[in-house]
Design a protein around this ligand. Structure first.
Ligand code: DON
Length: 305
């Protein structure tokens, strides 16, 4: 017999499987190869139960969802005060790729826009003979509970077309937000966005955050418990681009989306949600993902506010 949660997500999947609104991202040529029909829903509880339906084992790139988690790594490496001196925590109300830096200091408004994520990647230390990107991939893997890898074609495509991000990197260097030549940090950022995950990984990453940083299956700590609330805070206020206010009003869960079509949402203390569907709305959020999360929140009474 199916559990009520499994039955419910199957119903939700069938409700939106034939909805074909939104466009697959094509500003990075490799992303345009995604199949618009791919659609997965996964819920993982803090004690490691996983409920899934649809394309939950299909790989895609994590993209901006990495920004929320790498923020945790920067906090662990440098501490809150240092990180806050380089990147703010105010919603910008602007698109993810806006060249949006505070007047005077040049600090990006928050770690979820590209400028803030590039500044955050620059705070990650090279340590124990490991490069920044090796540490980032290892860190993200800790949340997923398995070894993640970089999709090299997406990385090449990002790097070849990322002129705007390069311009942002040089501005950050100009303001002293980045201490070094920005090229290495930019490559780290392009690679962190190109890490391959599945919808199931996203749900388990969310469940890890919901579980105060302990991955529910491996039982290993992925993030220091003292920084879990900081990560949830920036997800809640800035995680859904310039739709973050609407999102928290309607769905009421800390979340982060990526242009690969993924959404990771967290009900702290309870569960993680992973949605995957590549067609995006005009803000760059997964169109089906938003619809599913609005229904989930309302129908299972998950809104936290
Ligand atoms: O910087 C870029 O263009 C992308 N790699 C960022 C990805 C993303 O999901 C944009 N969203 N915030």
């Amino acid at each position: 017999m199916l559990s009520p949660i499994q039955e419910y997500i199957e119903l939700l999947h069938s409700r939106y499987a034939s909805s074909m609104e939104g466009q697959v991202a094509d500003y990075i040529p490799e992303l345009s190869k995604a199949d618009p029909r791919w659609f997965g829903i996964c819920i993982a509880t803090r004690d490691g139960h996983v409920y899934e339906v649809g394309d939950t084992r299909q790989s895609f790139t994590i993209q901006s969802i990495s920004k929320a988690l790498v923020y945790g790594l920067a906090l662990e490496d440098r501490g809150e005060e240092h990180v806050l001196s380089r990147v703010g925590v105010e919603p910008s109300g602007e698109a993810f790729n806006a060249i949006s830096l505070k007047e005077g200091s040049g600090a990006p408004f928050n770690p979820m826009i590209n400028a803030g994520a590039i500044a955050t990647a620059g705070q990650v230390l090279k340590k124990d003979g490991k490069s920044r990107i090796d540490r980032v991939v290892e860190y993200l893997s800790g949340f997923a509970g398995r070894d993640l890898e970089i999709n090299q074609s997406v990385y090449q495509s990002e790097s070849e077309t990322g002129h705007r991000n390069r311009a942002i990197g040089w501005l950050l260097r100009n303001f002293g937000i980045l201490d070094e030549d920005p090229n290495e940090t930019l490559e780290t950022y392009f690679q962190q966005c190109s890490v391959e995950v599945t919808c199931r990984d996203l749900a388990l990453m969310g469940a890890t955050i919901a579980n105060q940083g302990i991955q529910p299956v491996t039982r290993k700590r992925a993030i220091a418990s003292e920084y879990v609330d900081n990560v949830l805070g920036v997800m809640a206020t800035c995680g859904m681009y310039d739709w973050s206010g609407e999102w928290i009003y309607r769905v009421g869960l800390p979340a982060k989306s990526g242009v690969g079509g993924g959404i990771l949402a967290v009900l702290p203390g309870q569960l993680g949600i992973g949605i995957f569907s590549p067609p995006l709305d005009k803000q760059g959020n997964s169109d089906r993902g938003i619809k599913v999360c609005m229904d989930l929140s309302r129908e299972l009474a998950l809104h936290m506010m």
